[in-house]
Design a protein around this ligand. Structure first.
Ligand code: HEC
Length: 278
């Protein structure tokens, strides 16, 4: 009996320390934007301010490995943040966010983070950040560009090159003093990218049964997925699609309340819509 109280006590302390652990990303631990964006009370170097390792930060939006200078609405890219440091840091961390407009709303969607990276929702925006002190100085996550008419997207980011002493002392840090801005480009291959000629989901918000109405050029077995804001797939199924206009129902009654992306793909093209589950 005494022993179990003893162990419970230490388990609780352990859990509290784990929860407090800043090595797992400031959006989840501190509930704060630390990218240096207009929403940020200060970047990583607010705490990691020793000026060691002199890291420089490079942020690129890649299409097949090559950096792009404009984005195509709806297209998926790979965001890469790299911290190049002097000396010998033993670990790295980062945070990044994509914003647009005067209200700094989220621009596009993050998904498929590398190992040791996670996507944390915070104040209606997604933050990509380290989930542990990483040995690699390169951070990658998919970024799907927003819909046409969104305009310029601004990427903000901050990195830490750490000495591995489990404190913010003795580390180096840097952030983008001006964001990487990506103007909206033309949709070059509408026919290839956009799977359906028309696509809507209703009712929205939905409680039990979600209906997908679409007009398809082709027929076949397509994949349907429901992704949460962290980009995780919570529901997957194959649907038989005919050519022309049609409606398909989907039972979403068991899903937790939240914002989802309904995505249909044939492996080449993609059509997606946002839906709110109550
Ligand atoms: C409010 C202060 C604060 C801010 C801001 C902050 N951190 Fe930290 N960080 C800490 C503390 C304290 C620790 C050590 C204890 C812990 O892990 O909780 C830490 C630990 C770390 C470590 C491990 C360091 C080591 O040497 O072992 C990394 C990596 C890290 N933070 C990355 C970041 C990144 C990246 C940012 C910005 C996006 C950031 N931190 C912003 C306070 C902060």
């Amino acid at each position: 009996m005494k022993f179990s109280i003893f162990y419970t006590f230490f388990a609780l302390i352990g859990a509290a320390l784990l929860w407090m652990n800043n090595s797992t990303g400031p959006a989840s631990v501190q509930g704060l934007d630390r990218t240096g964006s207009p929403l940020s009370p200060g970047p990583c170097q607010t705490c990691h301010n020793a000026g060691a390792f002199s890291p420089t930060l490079t942020l690129e939006i890649l299409d097949g490995g090559a950096a792009v200078t404009t984005y195509e609405p709806g297209k998926t890219y790979r965001l890469r943040v790299q911290a190049n440091a002097t000396g010998a840091p033993t670990g790295y961390g980062f945070q990044a966010v994509a914003l647009t407009g005067n209200n700094n709303t989220q621009a596009g969607e993050f998904a498929n983070p590398d190992n040791g990276i996670k996507i944390t929702p915070l104040n209606g925006r997604q933050y990509a950040e380290h989930s542990m002190r990483r040995t690699s100085n390169t951070f990658e996550v998919d970024w799907t560009a927003p819909e046409a008419g969104t305009g310029d997207v601004r990427f903000y980011s901050s990195v830490v090159a750490a000495n591995g002493n489990n404190s913010s002392g003795g580390d180096g840090s840097s952030f983008l003093t001006s964001p990487v801005a990506l103007p909206e480009g033309a949709v070059s291959r509408t026919e290839d990218n956009e799977l359906f000629e028309a696509f809507s989901v209703f009712p929205n918000p939905v409680e039990n049964q979600l209906n997908l109405r679409f007009r398809s050029r082709d027929q076949g077995a397509y994949q349907l997925r429901l992704l949460n804001l962290q980009g995780q797939s919570l529901l997957e199924r194959r649907i038989e699609v005919a050519t022309g206009e049609q409606v398909q129902g989907l039972d979403v009654s068991t899903l937790p309340a939240g914002v989802y992306t309904v995505l249909v793909t044939d492996g080449k093209g993609v059509s997606s819509r946002k839906v709110v589950k109550r």
